[in-house]
Design a protein around this ligand. Structure first.
Ligand code: SAM
Length: 216
């Protein structure tokens, strides 16, 4: 990824105050969050808010997630560098960029083509070459490239879609908000020898996962 010096000070302050102080410890995640220029994933009119502690609009009634949520969900995947990761809900491409710095290949699915188009342009301009994007219903995963060592869902689901459980590799990890359309609980899943181990973390509020394995 190319280095972007604009808003560097604000980016570092965001990481220290919103992410490190709240308990995120993975140094690779912390470095990635310091590096990726969140402002380039949103409209210019929001640049001055880019490093604040909340989601922001990205068009099509969708949002770029809160930086702390991006960092926490990424940390749960415990990426070391050689994994293949599936992301559902490309949105702006910001979370995609963070993942791409931490694993070998990212496969990211978005249902709204206008968002994928914009995200692709931003990610290309930043010089990423280990990201595959596609427009389709991500609640069905991306079976052609399965299994994945990590799966991250950045939209709220009524339940964990079966297709995503199937596409998770042995010893793989998944994070996904599960609940109703307004608020959810961040769920964490591990798969060992075909068995699923599930844990609930904190409350969150994501836009709905719309599709066959999500909200109709
Ligand atoms: N990760 C994004 C980012 O960093 O900007 C934030 C994503 S936004 C909170 C959730 C995204 O999930 C939206 O762009 C929405 O269109 C997408 N989405 C919802 N249902 C989907 C589905 N079934 N398949 C793929 N994407 C979906």
């Amino acid at each position: 990824m190319i280095e972007v010096s604009e808003w560097k000070h604000e980016r570092e302050r965001m990481v220290e105050e919103q992410i490190v102080k709240r308990g995120v410890k993975d140094t690779r995640v912390i470095q990635a969050m310091k590096k990726v220029p969140r402002h380039l994933f949103i409209d210019k009119t929001y640049y001055h808010q880019a490093y604040n502690d909340y989601p922001l609009p990205i068009g099509q009634s969708q949002t770029i997630s809160q930086p702390y949520m991006v960092a926490s969900m990424t940390e749960l995947l415990e990426l070391k560098g050689d994994e293949r990761v599936l992301e559902i809900g490309t949105g702006s491409g910001y979370q995609t960029a963070i993942l791409a710095l931490l694993c070998s290949k990212v496969y990211s699915v978005e249902r709204i083509s206008e968002l994928t188009k914009k995200a692709r342009l931003t990610l290309e301009q930043l010089g990423f070459s280990n990201i595959n994007l596609i427009v389709r219903d991500g609640s069905l995963g991306w079976p052609e490239f399965a299994p994945y060592n990590g799966i991250i869902v950045t939209a709220g689901a009524p339940e964990i879609p079966d297709a995503l459980i199937e596409q998770l590799a042995n010893n793989g990890r998944m994070t996904i908000p599960v609940g109703n359309e307004a608020c959810q609980t961040l769920n964490y899943v591990e798969k060992h020898k075909g068995r699923i181990y599930r844990k609930e973390f904190f409350g969150c509020a994501f836009v709905p996962l719309v599709g066959k394995g999500g909200w109709k």
